[in-house]
Design a protein around this ligand. Sequence first.
Ligand code: NDP
Length: 297
Amino acid sequence: MAEIIDGKKVAADIKEELKKKCDWLKSVALDVPGLVTILVGDNPASESYVNSKAKSCDQVGMRSKIEKLSKDISEKELLDIVQRYNDDEQYHGILVQLPLPKHINEEKIIEAINPQKDVDGFHPISVGNLVIGRETFFPCTPNGIVELLKRYKIPTSGKHVVVVGRSNIVGKPVANMLLQKKDGANAVVTICHSAAKDLTVFTKQADILIAAIGQPNFIKADMVKENVVIIDVGINRVEDSTAAKGYKIVGDVDFNDVFAKSSYITPVPGGVGLMTVAMLLQNTFHAYIKITNQKLN
Ligand code: NDP
């Protein structure tokens, strides 16, 4: 029977650790880390993500600002605003909430962020550094996954990690992180996607299965081997007439089906999802340390 990986507790622990560091900075009259989140338009989901990031900053004692912009802002105006925050010493992390309206080239905006402030880890320089194993900002959800494995002392070296999903925000970066020849990684990694002819051939080999698919309850017990470690990244809304909101959130893994066969499993909600914001705060803290140390030297 599986041990449940408690993302809620680990995320709370990380926030507590960061709060202590920020309290200390304040106690010696030093500046605290600052995060600016740039939100374009009025997409309710984006607005709620941005608000929760700002709230988390407040909880740990970091400075935060939401730069809310009209959906009609031009690409040039947005580039100028990003540049303004690149130069603003109060903000050590810059996050542009995606998706952006269609008339704005997302890649161009991400590339305009100073890589030293790229706390989302989406800048091509951060991505390149990740792939070649250099120190960099790791994207928050993959970083959260690796952190959960570390904190639960789940060995990865020499283990076969099978990642289902090859997105730039989850599948590819988590695979690359776990592939590196270093502590907390050093895994043998397979990446699968929708063109896999027989997915089960791959998933059955996994010592650690990371599901980042976007399909509710997709991974079933007959697709995994005994004692597998299951990391479920999926966040899917499914209708539920018994729920007050008329829906509930489920993962990409059929939790009840797979539970008895696995050694560790992340629940949804309460697993990976809560780690993302915690890792964003941690990245912002690292950005602060790097930028302020450079100023001191
Ligand atoms: P994407 O839609 O960008 O990617 C999904 C991936 O799954 C693609 O690579 C796709 O293959 C693959 N895939 C889809 N169907 C199948 C299938 N039948 N067999 C094998 N592979 C398949 O999703 P994201 O990576 O952005 O997100 C994945 C899930 O994680 C979502 O539920 C999302 O909500 C959640 N998520 C959670 C986060 C958090 O916890 N904070 C953060 C980000 C995402 P192909 O490339 O061939 O299309």
